[in-house]
Design a binder for this molecule. Structure first.
Ligand SMILES: Cc1cc2nc3c(=O)[nH]c(=O)nc-3n(C[C@H](O)[C@H](O)[C@H](O)COP(=O)(O)OP(=O)(O)OC[C@H]3O[C@@H](n4cnc5c(N)ncnc54)[C@H](O)[C@@H]3O)c2cc1C
Length: 521
């Protein structure tokens, strides 16, 4: 769809195609509203593809006494596990307990008992020192007393955004990537009346009527809606991760540990066949116009923590394949240390302009419904409650000879309906790409059906091999081109330009910081 093809009027327009905008879009479409979502870059381009990929209650919020926040998040975690099996998957955590620093065994036990109580089943246990070594053989021995284990869940964050947007589209909503809200108009009473949008190059602009604009632009929120709270502004905080190949340290659970330098929690976690280490929490000192990147100082901090907790592994930044940074918008008077700032979401209302920002990936549905509640007096009666359209005419009987795990993966990422389409692909496409869990079929499907505008959309968000393979998978680009060429209407010139741009982007933003040159360190 092109900008010019849009309707002349919508009940509401959502700016921002991260998890928050996606949630608002889906909930609104499900309720029967005529809704348009526009994303300035690619769907999930912002923080929602750069998180720690955890669907969690957030144990540390308990420590801050935020019981309601934790309880809501635990409930949402359980709901997402049920709704999206194969995409949101259970994950075990282990946290070593030391007698010279970090939380004590008894305080951990109290916190975890509350956590289990909220989930309505016992989800934690205590390990002896020997059991802890069995689970994670390389743990630091000195002063280790025991460990605690608990359960949470993880997700492919960008794919969750995609699935929610696709569900919204199946309920009748329209979603466009590379379309930016550049302004809005108000009527004489000051109520929102129209929204101005432009395409990626800014060469085509349209004005579309609507009484509600939901501003779900994350760290960019104040560009559309300056903070109405005196003294409070969005404080962009950067969190970064390093990515290691699984071969360096095979891991079947998250090792959650306390960084010895500042006593912040840090996670080493398995994800998509690799191992991630993160996160940092620092003031974002880069322009919001460019993709955020990890600085060398952050990498050193994470490596210091890792080598403290797993000293015998002797890992260095040279073992790293890539890095990833995301920006968290927190509302702040900038008085506190970054890690002490509240992660709760905020809603601002101004005569049809509703801003929703902050919060967590896990609780996106709560944010979405709060935003819609705030917009209620400006919304018409919805036409009808529209359920998702189901394509019952498609019955494919082909039996795929793929493993149970692969089937689960594809179902989780695409849902039952799409699975039927993918099932028609040749069996040779159901092979994993190199040593990742990603299937070639996923690349083909994305090229055919998932609004790919740039090669980076495909390799960094529809599939994630750009994060998982050395060099962002640059050695596979010709194979990717051969597979996708029949399905993307790109000329040879466009393919060459895209490959070049992807390599430059990867080098400057996603490579490990010790491999970069100049100012980008
Ligand atoms: C390092 C890190 C780790 C995290 N880990 C977790 C975790 O493990 N679990 C968890 O639950 N939460 C986690 N979070 C929090 C979670 O990732 C965020 O709360 C969530 O992704 C925010 O989503 P969003 O849609 O509000 O913002 P974003 O994902 O940033 O989306 C905003 C979008 O708006 C677009 N945009 C900007 N301006 C415009 C415009 N004018 N018009 C149209 N579009 C526009 C941007 O391009 C962007 O894509 C983490 C956050 C960080 C930073």
């Amino acid at each position: 769809m092109k900008l010019n093809d849009l309707n002349k009027e919508y009940d509401l327009i959502v700016a921002g195609g991260g998890i928050t905008g996606a949630g608002v879009f889906y909930e609104a479409a499900k309720k029967g509203f005529k809704v348009l979502l526009v994303e300035a870059n690619d769907f999930a381009w912002g923080t929602s593809s750069r998180s720690s990929k955890m669907v969690h209650g957030g144990l540390r919020y308990l420590k801050q006494g935020k019981f309601l926040l934790t309880k809501t998040a635990v409930k949402e975690r359980e709901r997402l596990l049920k709704l999206y099996p194969g995409l949101v998957t259970p994950l075990n955590f282990i946290m070593p307990v030391y007698n010279n620093y970090g939380p004590s065994k008894s305080s951990m036990k109290i916190g975890l008992s509350i956590y289990s109580f909220m989930a309505k089943e016992k989800q934690h246990k205590t390990y002896t020192k020997d059991e802890a070594f069995e689970k994670v053989p390389a743990l630091r021995d000195e002063n280790l007393v025991s460990a605690v284990g608990f359960k949470d869940a993880q997700v492919d964050d960008a794919r969750l955004v995609l699935r929610i947007i696709q569900q919204g589209c199946r309920c009748g909503g329209t979603a466009m990537n590379y379309t930016k809200v550049v302004g809005f108009q108000r009527n004489r009473k000051g109520h929102l009346a129209a929204v101005n949008m432009s395409d990626e190059k800014g060469s085509l602009c349209v004005e579309t009527k609507t009484k509600v604009l939901i501003n779900a632009t994350g760290a960019y929120a104040e560009q559309l809606h300056p903070s109405p709270m005196k003294g409070f502004h969005i404080r962009p905080l950067r969190g970064s991760h390093l990515v290691f190949p699984k071969s360096v340290f095979p891991l079947d659970r998250v090792v959650s540990f306390i960084h010895p330098k500042d006593l912040r929690p840090v996670f080493l976690f398995p994800w998509e066949g690799s191992v991630f280490l993160g996160t940092t929490d620092v003031d974002h000192d880069q322009s919001l116009k460019m993709e955020p990147f990890m600085r060398m100082k952050e990498a050193d901090y994470l490596m210091e923590g890792l080598n403290y907790i797993l000293p015998d592994l002797n890992l260095s930044l040279n073992d790293c394949v890539s890095s990833l940074a995301g920006v968290r918008p927190v509302l702040s008077k900038k008085k506190k240390a970054a890690s002490k700032e509240s992660r709760e979401h905020v809603i601002w209302k101004d005569k049809g302009l509703i801003t929703v920002t902050g919060g967590k990936l896990t609780t996106f549905r709560i944010l979405a419904n709060d935003a819609l509640k705030a917009a209620k007096s400006y919304l018409p009666e919805p036409v009808s409650q529209s359920g998702e359209t189901k394509n019952n005419n498609i019955i494919y009987n082909k039996e795929l000879h793929i493993s149970k795990e692969m089937k689960k993966r594809v179902l989780g990422r695409y849902g039952r309906h799409k699975f039927q389409i993918i099932q028609q692909y040749d069996e040779h496409l159901f092979k994993p790409i190199e040593n990742t869990n990603t299937l070639w079929a996923e690349i083909r499907y994305a090229a055919e059906h998932e609004n790919i505008v740039h090669l980076s959309d495909l390799l960094l968000r529809r599939v994630r091999i750009g994060l998982l393979l050395p060099g962002g998978g640059r050695d596979l680009l010709d194979q990717v081109e051969t597979l996708c060429k029949p399905h993307l209407s790109w000329t040879n010139k466009k393919w060459e330009a895209e490959k070049k741009a992807y390599k430059i982007l990867w080098e400057t933003v996603y490579s490990p910081p010790n491999k970069r040159k100049g100012a980008l360190i």
